[in-house]
Design a protein around this ligand. Sequence first.
Ligand code: ARG
Length: 302
Amino acid sequence: MNEAAPLAWGRHYLAVEPTAFRIDYVINPFMDPMVQPDAARALRQWHTMVDTLRGLGARVDVIEQRDDAPDMVYAMNLGLGVVRPDGTRHAVMSHMRYAQRRMETATAQPWLVRHGWTTSYVGRDSIGAHFEAGDAFAFGDSLVVGYGPRTEELALKHLALDLGVRVRGLRITHPSMYHLDLAFCPLDERRALVCPEALDGPSGEALLALVPEPLVLTAEEAIGTLCANSVVVGSTIVMPACPDRVRTQLEAWGFDIVLVDVSEFHKAGGSIRCLTNPVVAGSTTSPPGTAGRSRPRVRTTG
Ligand code: ARG
């Protein structure tokens, strides 16, 4: 019997076709310019991933990659999509920590506007705080945001005010889990993959307290397989890999697991969730952007 509750992710993603994917610089512990991805294999893996998502009923819109932006394939980091109460779409664009990636949003932002979105940066006009959308998830009554390696703590306040949502900040301390999406994967309203070792002690406890039924990953599982960097379509979890122990629990919960090999993309430190950006930052109860329902508030742990 399938017990998995309806999906938190939506069925509409953005992705960037890897036509210029390579490793030119080092901004995370996975990257090594001496270990380059195989371009043809990366393209095949990416197409298999997109075909798999489409086969599960998802829509995937494709943005072209800039030649000068090798990490732009990690579409999740372009911005955070939200839907306003009137149904219009808005994207909070990322303001990348590293200059090597900042040009990506200069291409993504006009693309989004051409496709009917409004856009902003955290803090509106005073672009200052770094925010990378791979750190943000709608979960429960909040936008859960990791900060530290990429997103700055100040950005949490901006997000709460700009979107009118409650933001829960979690301090990331593990250098290899530099975005929250390498350590956290909400599955439905109650369940999530969680690697508390990515966070400092109080933040790890805060995240575990937020998730009624966490499936706790060891750092070894999370970093070695990037299994938390997965996406959910309906009751199917599309994953790069899944340790047996994790699979047993996910299947007992009623999820189906589809594995897609995106190993070429692990060389630059990202997997399936990084390569896709849900157009609606999926929320199980109140999507961020339903401004006014709850008072903006930031609770930072760590
Ligand atoms: N090389 C990219 C970076 O370090 C990888 C991004 C991974 N994306 C993610 N959502 N975790 O920025």
